[in-house]
Design a protein around this ligand. Structure first.
Ligand code: ADP
Ligand code: MG
Length: 650
C-alpha cells in the first residue's frame, strides 16, 4: 500500500478560481470590501480585548473605494489590521488559506455568539483577477514596529514582494483594471455594485469621497478658486472638481434594522426600511421580524404586501445576506418557496458566502433551515391570530394567498397554521374551519358550501341566507387547488367542499321525506320538462324552498363540475365533455313558488298546452341564467319568449 498527499499546481488552479468559482465578475467588489471589513472588525476586536494598545479607543474606522479612470485603477483601502510581509506570504501567497478562519480559531473562545467575521474560504481575494490584469497590495500592520509591505502580481503564479511607502496602518488593494472590464471604472457602475452587495456592511464605506481638508484651510477658499477658474490649478489630479461643501456620506447603513431587537423597532422604522430596500412606496401590510439563535443563527424581516387586486400577480423578493453581506435574491433552497412571494431580508451568518445552488440543494443543513423558517413564520402568524384576532382578520384577504400557497406547498406549514387559516363566510365574519364546522354541524354536517363568484352566484347566496344556511367565500384562483388539497389532507375528517350551486338537496329540503304522491308528481313533471325542452336526459326535482320568490334553480353536482372544469383546463377533451355535458345538471323546482304551483295545475289542462310549454321553458331559462350565462341562441329565444309573454298579458 502506498499513501501520499495530493498536490495541486497553482498554474492550473488559478484559472479555475478566476473563471469558475464565481459566476459574476462583480463579485470582486464584494470580496475585497468584505476583506477590508474583516480587517477592521479584527482590529476592533483586538482593541476591545486590550491586545492592541497602540490603537486609539475612539478610532474612526472606514473603507474607501476609489476609481481612477486615467490610471485605470480601482483601489479599496481600509484602516484595519494590515499585514506584515510574513502574513502576506501566509494568507495571500497560500491560496485557499484563510486568514479569517485562522483568526477565528485563535480567538474562538473570545468571539462570543455575535461573530461577524465574513471570510472563511481563503479564496475571495483572488476574485479580483476576474477584472484586473495586475493587483498590488500596500499594507502596514497594526503591530508595533511593523514595516510596510508591497505585493504585486500579474495574475500568473509569480509575485513580487518589496517594501512599501505606505505610512498609515491598514491596507490598500489596487486593481489595474483590464480594458474589457473598464465599465467598473465608471463611478456609477461601481456604486451600483457596492449598493447591491455592501449596503448593510457593519463598517462605513465611502466611494470616491472628497478628500478631508485639514482644519486650518477653509473649504470656502478652495471653492472660490474653483468658481473663478473652473479648472482648478490647485488640484494636482484631473479628477472631477470637488463641490464646495461636499458631504462625506457612506454608501451603506452599518446597522440594518433586522439586527435590532423587534421590541426596539418602531412601525415607522420598519416602513422606512421597506421603502429603502425595495423602492416600493406602497406601505406593507405588516411584517414578521425573525430572530433565531438556535439551531442556527438567522435574523430577518418579512413584509406582507397589501394586494391591490385579488388576483394580482405577486412578485416577491427575499434578499439573502450573510453577515450583512448580500448573497443573492430568492434562494429557494434556503427560504421556503411560498415566502418568496413576500418581500424581505434574511441574514444567515452560518451560510457560506459563495453559495452555489447545487451545494445548497444537497445540503441537509440548508433543508432544515428552510423548515425552521417556515415554522417560525407559522408561529408568528398563529400568535398574531390568537393575540390580536381582529387585526389578523382584517389582514386575511391580503395574506390568504400567501398562506394558502404555503399550505399547498408544505404540509408541515399547513399542519402548523391550520387554526389560523380563515374562511370568510356569507354571515359576514371570518372563522377557521373548526369553528365553521362546529356552528354548521346540524345543517350541513361535513359539507362546506362555498361561493366562487359572488356576482354570478348571487341568487344562490340569497337563497342560502333565506334558508339560514352558511357558505364560505373561496373566490381566488388559488382556491381550487387549495380546496382539493384540504380535502385530500383532511380525508379522515371527510371534509367536502361543494360549490353553492351544487347538490343542495340535503341542505335545502325541509326535512320531510317524499310521499308516494309527491314521487309520482315528480316523475310526471320531469317527463313534461323533458318533452318540452327536447332533452330526455334532463333531471328534475321538486323541493320546498323557504323562499317563495324563486321558481327554480339549476344544480350541478360538485364532482361533475370539477370534472368539467378539469377537462376544459386540459383543452376540452371531447370524451369527458360528452360524458359530463349539460345532462348532469338538475333542475330543482320550488314547490312554494306560485308560478310553479300554477304550472302543476295547468299541465293537465289540454287546452292550455301552449301556455304550459311557455312557462316551462321560461322557468328553465330563468334558473339557467342564474347558474351561468346563457349561450347566444338560447338567450335570443329567451328574449323572444319574454316579449311573447308580455303580449299575451296585454
Ligand atoms: P478569506 O476572507 O475567506 O479568509 P480571502 O482570499 O478573501 O479569504 O483573503 C485571504 C486572507 O488575506 C484573509 O483571510 C486575510 O487574512 C488577508 N487579507 C485579505 N485582505 C485583507 C485586508 N484588506 N487587510 C488585511 N488582511 C487581508
Ligand atoms: Mg475574504
Amino acid at each position: 500500500m502506498e499513501k501520499g498527499n495530493l498536490s495541486i499546481h497553482s498554474e492550473n488552479i488559478l484559472p479555475i478560481i478566476k473563471k469558475w468559482l464565481y459566476s459574476d465578475a462583480d463579485i470582486f467588489v464584494r470580496e475585497l470590501v468584505s476583506n477590508a471589513c474583516d480587517a477592521i472588525l479584527k482590529l476592533r476586536k483586538l482593541s476591545d480585548l486590550g491586545e492592541a494598545p497602540n490603537v486609539a479607543k475612539g478610532e474612526k474606522y472606514e473603507i474607501c473605494v476609489r476609481t481612477d479612470k486615467e490610471n485605470k485603477t480601482i483601489t479599496v483601502e481600509d484602516n484595519g489590521v494590515g499585514m506584515t510581509a510574513d502574513e502576506i506570504k501566509e494568507y495571500i501567497n497560500q491560496i485557499a488559506f484563510s486568514g479569517a478562519s485562522a483568526f477565528l480559531e485563535k480567538y474562538q473562545d473570545k468571539m462570543g455568539a455575535d461573530n461577524e467575521i465574513i471570510g472563511h474560504f481563503g479564496l475571495g481575494f483572488y476574485s479580483c483577477f476576474m477584472v484586473a490584469d495586475k493587483v498590488q497590495i500596500d499594507t502596514l500592520s497594526w503591530q508595533d514596529g511593523a514595516a510596510a509591505a508591497r505585493w504585486l502580481c500579474e495574475g500568473g503564479i509569480e509575485y513580487e514582494m518589496s517594501d512599501s511607502d505606505r505610512t498609515t496602518r491598514g491596507t490598500t488593494i489596487t486593481l489595474f483594471v483590464g480594458d474589457e472590464h473598464a465599465e467598473y471604472l465608471e463611478e456609477f457602475n461601481l456604486r451600483a455594485t457596492l449598493t447591491k452587495y455592501c449596503s448593510f456592511l457593519p463598517v462605513e464605506i465611502y466611494l470616491n469621497p472628497p478628500e478631508i481638508s485639514d482644519e486650518t484651510s477653509e473649504p470656502a477658499q478652495t471653492a472660490e478658486i474653483l468658481d473663478t477658474d473652473g479648472e482648478s490649478l490647485e488640484l494636482e489630479t484631473e479628477t472631477e472638481p470637488t463641490p464646495p461643501k461636499a458631504e462625506r456620506k457612506p454608501i451603506n447603513d452599518t446597522a440594518p434594522l433586522w439586527l435590532k431587537s423587534a421590541n426596539d423597532c418602531t412601525d415607522d422604522e420598519y416602513k422606512t426600511f421597506y421603502r429603502q430596500v425595495f423602492m416600493d412606496f406602497n406601505e406593507p401590510l405588516f411584517w414578521i421580524h425573525l430572530n433565531m439563535d438556535y439551531p442556527f443563527r438567522l435574523k430577518g424581516i418579512l413584509y406582507f404586501p397589501k394586494l391591490k387586486h385579488e388576483l394580482e400577480y405577486i412578485e416577491g423578493q427575499v434578499k439573502l445576506y450573510n453577515n450583512q453581506v448580500y448573497v443573492a435574491d430568492n434562494i429557494k433552497e434556503v427560504i421556503p418557496e411560498y415566502l418568496l412571494l413576500l418581500k424581505g431580508v434574511m441574514d444567515c451568518p452560518d451560510l457560506p458566502l459563495n453559495v452555489s445552488r447545487s451545494f445548497l440543494q444537497n445540503d441537509g443543513y440548508v433543508k432544515k433551515m428552510s423548515g425552521y423558517i417556515s415554522r417560525k413564520v407559522a408561529d408568528k402568524l398563529n400568535s398574531l391570530h390568537k393575540k390580536d384576532g381582529e387585526k389578523y382578520r382584517g389582514y386575511w384577504d391580503d395574506i390568504s394567498p400567501f398562506i394558502k400557497y404555503g399550505c399547498i406547498k408544505e404540509a408541515d406549514f399547513y399542519e402548523k397554521i391550520k387554526a389560523a387559516v380563515l374562511y370568510k363566510t356569507t354571515n359576514g365574519d371570518y372563522v377557521n374551519m373548526e369553528e365553521f364546522l362546529a356552528r354548521n354541524a346540524e345543517k350541513t354536517a361535513k359539507k362546506v358550501f362555498y361561493v366562487s363568484d359572488d356576482q354570478l352566484q348571487a341568487q344562490y347566496i340569497k337563497m342560502f341566507r333565506e334558508q339560514e344556511l352558511e357558505a364560505v367565500y373561496l373566490t381566488t384562483k388559488l382556491d381550487n387547488p387549495f380546496i382539493s388539497y384540504i380535502e385530500q389532507y383532511e380525508r379522515e375528517q371527510e371534509l367536502q367542499f361543494n360549490r353553492i350551486d351544487s347538490d343542495l338537496s340535503t341542505a335545502l329540503k325541509q326535512g320531510e321525506t317524499a310521499t308516494e304522491e309527491e314521487t309520482k308528481q315528480k316523475e310526471e313533471v320531469e317527463k313534461l320538462f323533458q318533452e318540452i325542452l327536447g332533452n330526455s336526459n334532463l333531471k328534475v326535482d321538486i323541493e320546498t324552498l323557504k323562499s317563495e320568490s324563486i321558481s327554480a334553480v339549476v344544480l350541478l353536482s360538485e364532482q361533475v363540475r370539477r370534472m368539467q372544469e378539469m377537462s376544459r383546463a386540459y383543452g376540452g377533451m371531447d370524451g369527458l365533455q360528452g360524458m359530463f355535458g349539460g345532462d348532469a345538471e338538475t333542475l330543482v323546482l320550488n314547490r312554494s313558488n306560485k308560478l310553479v304551483q300554477a304550472l302543476f295545475r295547468l299541465k293537465d289542462d289540454q287546452t292550455r298546452k301552449d301556455d304550459t310549454a311557455l312557462i316551462s321553458q321560461q322557468i328553465y331559462d330563468l334558473a339557467m341564467m342564474s347558474h351561468k350565462p346563457l349561450p347566444n341562441e338560447q338567450m335570443t329565444k329567451f328574449i323572444e319568449r319574454s316579449n311573447l309573454i308580455l303580449e299575451r298579458i296585454l
